[in-house]
Design a protein around this ligand. Sequence first.
Ligand SMILES: [Zn+2]
Ligand SMILES: [Zn+2]
Length: 729
Amino acid sequence: MLDIQLPDGTVVSHPDDATPLSVANAIGSRLAKAVVAAQVGAAIIDASRPLKPFANGSPIPLRLLTERDPEALDVLRHSSAHIMARAVMRLYPDVSLAFGPTISNGFYYDFLMPHKLTEEDFAKIEQEMAAIVAKAEPFEQFSLARQDAASLCKDMKQGLKVEHIETGLASHSELGFYRQGEFVDLCRGPHIPDAGRLKAFKIMSVAGSHWKGNTSGPQLQRLYGTAWFDKKDLQAHLDQLEEAKKRDHRVLGKKLGLYHITPDVGQGFCLWMPKGARVRGLLEDFLRREMLKRGYEPVYSPHLGRVELYETSGHFPYYRDSQFPPLFVHDAGALVDAWARRLMEDEEFGPKQETMFLQAAEVLGFDSANYSKAEGKESKLAALNEWQRNHERFLVKPMNCPHHAQIFKAQPRSYRDLPLRLFEFGTVYRYEQTGELNGMLRVRGLTQDDAHIFCTADQVEEEFRNTIELTRFVLESVGLQDYRVQLSLRDPKSDKYVGSEENWQKAEAALRKVLEESGLNFNAAEGEAAFYGPKADFMVRDCIGRHWQLGTVQLDYNLPERFDLEYTGADNKSHRPVMIHRAPFGSMERFVGMLIEHFAGAFPMWLAPEQIRICPLSEKTNDYAVELEKRFTEAGFRVTTDLRGAKVQAKIRDAQLDLIPYMAVIGPKEAETHSIALRDRISGELGTKPVDEVLAMLSEEVASRRIRKVAERKFAEPPQATEPSSHEY
Ligand SMILES: [Zn+2]
Ligand SMILES: [Zn+2]
């Protein structure tokens, strides 16, 4: 018999062949019908999986998942990917399957196939999927030894899967498959019990992709879809997408003149237009003032650093693929670098190529005295590396942290100097793939609102409390009230973490305590921490219900070690400080891009690039208009005047379209009485008011950072799935 523990704590006994489904059946047939999958400990499994393999002496913790559980939605979506692939294979010849994971709000499958998929094909594929769903055949799991798995895929003419089994999965002795009617796919699962559980789905788009991301490999077609348990949920999702489209920062950014990206400058490089730069500047000024108030100190660092700096920090060569290549001062630098990398990666090359390399390097001025063709790989590498160390190489900086660590190190530090809080709006560069770029949200050059706090282990709690408070304050100042915090903690069973056991325990307890006391909505995720420290991420929901990961606070025991940072304690001995990385906005590009969408381009008064537009009725009041503009400007407002000969209605309409919070309409009567017929973009005419009253009213709105209505309508919000997970091997 198996002892099974249900979420309410009760332990029930079941026969050895029990499955989540049979356990559900014992509780009631209604529940059994509702079960989609199950959770055992941290693992999500099929409802039909035997539970016996999970027995380890203590009762098996089992949670049955129904359509209401976020975990079930992710299972549904991966099953939908299988159903979509099955439909595609029925409709088109010679389809090779690549990977088909879930993503946020949906799934995709990558296909290698001769037919070029277009939007015209979607209806046909959806129809075929509906036919599969109607038959409601079960998803059946089976496992094969690696060799048999490879031959099965070969028989099915699935060459990419064969290759994956032979390379990526070389260490797996056994591999799982799922059968659904005639469709069989190499898959880790889990899946819904049968295709009939899929009630609402839609194919969304098609794009190009590459096998394992390798751009020199075969070109694949990536078909995206979305899936839900309920038609209402699908509709809510589509409504949300429709609303998001209206708010697309790439469209609004262009229309409102906020930013510009052009291939003439380079994909992924943001040009801030004057209005966008205004918004960014206001946010930076705001945060800078808050940080200065809270004891932070400003620093600046250059956009370049020696490669060795990032070797020390560990950012090079580990993250090399996501960085811009190094800059070599010596002509032979790139050649030596390429040669060393080939040697390191054991790439095949012969003595002829080696001779050619040496000749080319010599032409470029490489002094080969220490490089001997007769020596082994290790000493060749040593010679090349030594040459590199003697010749300057720089990286455009991928991170600000190493620079700030060096600022800490620039002078002896005592415990009296701590905590030391250094901040910088530091621009960093990442080499994102062209296909990954997305307006301001995913760029190649980004400015982080970065800061590093160096403190003692005892100060972690207080510093963490302060950074959490600052992040909250910042988010709420731009009207983002709806957020939760994900606290990423260590996996207590793993030993991959750096830093002492004592420090981790203390820090994790402190972080938890601060979040509990703060009253914030937070969840702790064990095993999610980076190897170098626990962290807290702010997950923000915007006004149309989309989730964004924004501010982050991260503890770090690793960099102080790598940079050998020290301070002298009260005991006169030397100690290691703890480093805290934090960025409430994340990056200015992503944050402003998100704000454009959140506000649909209509920034609140305190952030609006243009706050007031003066609209004279006719040329007769132009003089008064100019005088008013001067008064508003002197009072610190961002104001413009529409002196065109157009009708005032046209001026007002244009100001509305430009999303300017206030319009000051003036005619001879207003000029005479020194007043303004004030118009609010949202609520319309506010009546005629004396200029002083308007100035006072608008100043108050700016000072209090009041947020006006941001969403036109309320959304039936689609349910959220858990984070997409890889069902693939
Ligand atoms: Zn699968
Ligand atoms: Zn950092």
